[in-house]
Write a protein that binds this ligand. Structure first.
Ligand code: SAM
Length: 214
């Protein structure tokens, strides 16, 4: 495995400062960005670029999200240590590591086997202990462990999956980009068993949340 050096540490502290200047305020999010070796979630050919505020390919036609997007979604979760979080789209495992660093009990689902297998090895090797990494279809959520205090979807969903709404705890919060080409970052709060409130916070661009047929 590649090394983590003081040079990398300096670069990620600078990245956290850039995200703070871009408006991220949650100190737990900034501390996670400043601490987690993003270059070790990427192919070594990206080592020199890993602390730029950019998305990069991770194989299987997928990407690690831009750090600003990771920070924005993590902040919008309004996470407290010990909360149960369901993540859809483990990808490289970087966002999973951010949630673990913030003290969450993380369940994360990935539908690409190659990415699932890599994260299954990578996260414990880097000292992160998600509660469970699941190989499967995130549209279905993870009913075995529902309800979740927080749900984060890291791919663009054409619609909000019904199964995820059903698995959100009352008082819980979901952060999900909704749309096809561009996505509206949608925050859903479950205010009672039957009621949900929706808030839209800006536009982002994600790879699509893929269903059974694609
Ligand atoms: N959070 C990831 C990271 O930090 O690297 C970035 C995720 S990437 C933008 C979106 C991920 O969602 C991809 O790894 C993709 O394979 C996964 N994905 C797409 N559709 C999915 C589905 N139905 N269920 C689970 N994962 C899915």
């Amino acid at each position: 495995m590649n090394q983590d050096t003081t040079k990398h540490q300096g670069k990620r502290r600078r990245l956290a400062n850039i995200l703070s200047e871009k408006g991220i305020k949650d100190t737990a999010v900034l501390a996670a960005i400043a601490s987690i070796p993003r270059h070790l979630f990427l192919d070594s050919s990206f080592e020199d670029h890993a602390y730029q505020d950019k998305a990069f390919p991770i194989g299987a036609e997928q990407t690690i999200s831009q750090p600003y997007t990771v920070a924005f979604q993590s902040e919008q979760l309004m996470l407290k240590p010990g909360m149960r979080v369901l993540e859809i789209g483990t990808g490289s495992g970087y966002q999973t590591a951010v949630l673990c660093h913030m003290g969450a009990e993380v369940y994360s689902i990935e539908r690409q086997h190659e990415l699932f297998r890599t994260s299954l090895k990578r996260l414990p090797a880097l000292g992160f202990s998600p509660k469970k990494l699941i190989f499967g279809d995130g549209y279905k959520g993870f009913p075995e462990k529902a309800p979740f205090d927080r749900i984060i979807v890291t791919a663009g969903a054409p619609v909000v999956p019904e199964a995820l709404l059903a698995q959100l705890a009352v008082g819980g919060r979901m952060v999900i980009p909704v749309g096809d080409e561009q996505q509206k970052m949608t925050i859903i709060t479950r205010t009672s068993q039957a009621d949900f409130e929706k808030l839209i916070l800006g536009e982002f661009r994600f790879v699509p949340l893929l269903g059974d047929k694609n």
